[in-house]
Design a protein around this ligand. Structure first.
Ligand code: F6R
Length: 620
């Protein structure tokens, strides 16, 4: 949520800032702005809308200089408007800041600052940061501190931070101290790129790709003081720190669109490779099990685990539901899936041997991070299934599994979901083989898993057929998604995909639960997407499908190749390859992703930037 960039060096700041904001636009696109320092002036340009709107503004009203900050906003406090866009100005322009996060006590601080004579121009919580830093800076200058020194700016920020309750990633610049950027974080990510005689700052590493591969991830309660000559790190409690420089492993081609019109479609088609990457190096054929390099627990500790709690949000939560079914079926470990936003405030009983797994693509989701921290605080082993290397959750968990799915840019998660499910299949194989699963059963699972990239390639061939269905059904306003067992989470995920990018109301439900209420919604204007592959309970799901047909509900079925029976019942059938029950989510989720993509396109929606959403939800 909200993207931040910063630059200090000999180059043209606005070039890096704009390019970086484009790469961070997935984090929020309500408005964008930059501030660039030129001599004793800081030029601020900001505009509601996409980064391209800001670029248009800069064409007619440019800013030049080699130090600057930028921001792309996902609004929390205050409507989306030019004035509420970042950067925000403190005092009479002495301080300019960008902020990601929420300052919870902003109303009280605003009152205090107004009493001191500060004039508020916006209705955001972030503006108090600018005024508060400015106020502290004035106080220091009054006491005789040199206004131009980076140290004075740093102390002003430190003093201001003490007054804030909430979360923040902040970067501040000072009119009297050209070339100084002060960055601080609690709860909202910031990463610093170390270049040759230049420094870059961003909310995640994507803007740094192609500029430097040396990065420093800021941790909570750390402050970075960046000048043209150096970068220093300080911790709130322990003082100066030695920065730990890490190597960025991301290529600029990872974030190119290639031949695709949208990131979402590109990422849908990347799923065979994403799954291959997730499996790579993780299969131990001799022992018929999985292996993980980063769990950081020895087999004795792992054997003692008697319960697993999977915690996540959104699509990752749906992957967690698949994980519950897998872990209970193959590893026989009681597993629960908790919404992270609930778990962080709940106090469910957990035994000493309960292991907590956070599932997250970004590794930055505020609720998931808070739930993980709460469980860690209580002494539980916390692990993460995460895509973004070096993200906060990846760093704070005791260990975990990286998905290696490559950057996911489309706001609607696709390849992260199937990669998460793949990681959970491997995990259930691993725990299963430590307990009840036989060598032969392990071997069989491995054989089938290895086939999955090719099976997914075949599944993607349904694209044109799904597009035709999308063209026929794009004008309906309500959809039901129905599936059972492993396909119940897939139904939830299919409904979420449709809602978030096409703004159509959709509900996912266990197919047999329909009779207990939602079947009242069924009529000729409410299509049901039935996930009905051959397998364990195929005849039961078919009976549920008959119940819908009997009430004149149109049915779009996702069924297995060669299923002749389904064509007699369903209005539309999308065929996918047949796989065993536990692998079905990897296959059946794909036509649903394609369906929502094409319905959204037909309705003229921006699939990669759906309204009101942002890719990485770093606020509560
Ligand atoms: C939906 C979607 C979201 C995310 C959720 C959690 O397509 O992308 O529901 O799954 O915000 O995000 P992560 O996985 O980054 O923690």
């Amino acid at each position: 949520m909200c993207g931040i960039v910063g630059y200090v060096g000999p180059g043209c700041a606005s070039e890096f800032l704009i390019e970086g904001l484009h790469r961070l636009e997935y984090r929020g696109y309500d408005s964008a702005g930059i501030a660039v320092q030129n001599g004793s002036e800081i030029g601020v340009r900001k505009r509601v809308g996409r980064v391209s709107e800001l670029e248009r503004l800069l064409e007619s009203n440019p800013v030049t200089g080699s130090f600057g900050i930028g921001h792309t906003r996902w609004a929390t406090h205050g409507e989306t408007s030019d004035v509420n866009s970042h950067p925000h100005i403190g005092g009479n322009g002495e301080v300019v800041i960008v902020h990601n996060g929420v300052i919870e006590n902003y109303a009280k601080l605003r009152g205090q600052l107004q009493t001191l004579g500060y004039v508020f121009r916006t209705t955001t919580d972030s503006e108090i940061i600018a005024h508060m830093i400015c106020h502290q800076w004035y106080e220091l200058v009054k006491l005789g501190h040199d206004p131009e020194l980076a140290e004075t700016c740093q102390t002003a920020v430190e003093r201001a931070l003490v007054t804030f309750k909430g979360t923040y990633g902040i970067v501040a610049m000072f009119r009297e101290a050209p070339g100084v950027l002060i960055a601080a974080r609690v709860g909202s990510p910031l990463v610093i790129g170390v270049g040759r005689n230049e420094y870059f700052l961003a909310s995640d590493a994507s803007p740094l790709v192609g500029h430097t591969d040396e990065v420093v991830y800021l941790s909570d309660n750390e402050i970075a003081v960046i000048t043209t000559e150096s970068m220093e790190l300080h911790h709130r409690d322990t003082g100066r720190l030695e920065p730990s420089i890490q190597t960025l492993q991301q290529e600029s081609s990872d974030t190119d669109l290639g031949d695709f019109d949208h990131y979402m479609l590109k990422e849908i088609f990347e799923q065979p490779e994403a799954i291959e990457n997730c499996l790579r190096g993780r299969i131990d054929d001799d022992s018929a099990t999985a292996m993980f390099g980063g769990l950081n627990l020895d087999p004795m500790q792992l054997r003692k685990i008697d319960r697993i709690v999977l915690t996540a949000c959104g699509t990752s939560w749906h992957a967690g539901l698949v994980g519950e079914y897998l872990l209970e079926e193959f590893a026989r470990i009681p597993t629960e899936v908790e919404y992270a936003s609930e778990l962080r405030y709940r106090n469910p009983p957990m035994t000493e041997s309960t292991m907590v797994f956070a599932i997250t693509q970004s590794g930055e989701t505020a609720d998931t991070l808070a739930a993980l921290r709460e469980c860690k605080r209580k002494g539980h082993q916390t692990l993460a299934i995460c895509n973004v290397v070096g993200s906060t959750i990846a760093r704070e968990a005791d260990g975990g599994i990286y998905l290696h799915a490559g950057p996911e840019i489309g706001v609607a998660s696709t390849k992260a979901f199937t990669s998460q499910v793949t990681a959970l299949i491997l995990l259930s194989l691993y725990f299963g083989r430590m307990r009840h699963l036989s060598y032969h059963a392990g071997k069989r699972m491995i054989r089938q898993l290895r086939d999955m990239p090719d099976v997914i390639r075949r599944t993607l061939q349904c694209h044109d057929a799904v597009k035709e269905v999308a063209d026929r059904y794009c004008n309906y306003e309500n959809f039901l998604y129905l599936g059972r067992l492993y396909n119940f989470p897939v139904a939830l995920e299919g409904a979420l995909k449709l809602k978030e990018i096409s703004y159509i109301h959709a509900e996912g439900y266990p197919a047999a639960e329909m009779k207990h209420g939602p079947i009242a919604l069924v009529d000729e204007n409410t299509p049901s997407v039935f996930i009905v592959p051959r397998g364990g309970i195929y005849p039961k799901v078919m009976s549920n499908l008959e119940e819908i047909k009997a009430r004149r509900g149109p049915v779009i079925a996702i069924a297995c190749e060669g299923d002749d029976q389904i064509s007699e019942l369903a209005d539309e059938v999308i065929f996918v390859p047949e796989v065993e029950d536990f692998l079905q989510p990897l296959v059946t989720s794909i036509p649903l992703q394609i369906l929502s993509y094409h319905i959204a396109l037909q309705r003229g929606c921006n699939v990669d930037r759906p309204r009101n959403l942002a890719k990485s939800v770093t606020v509560e």
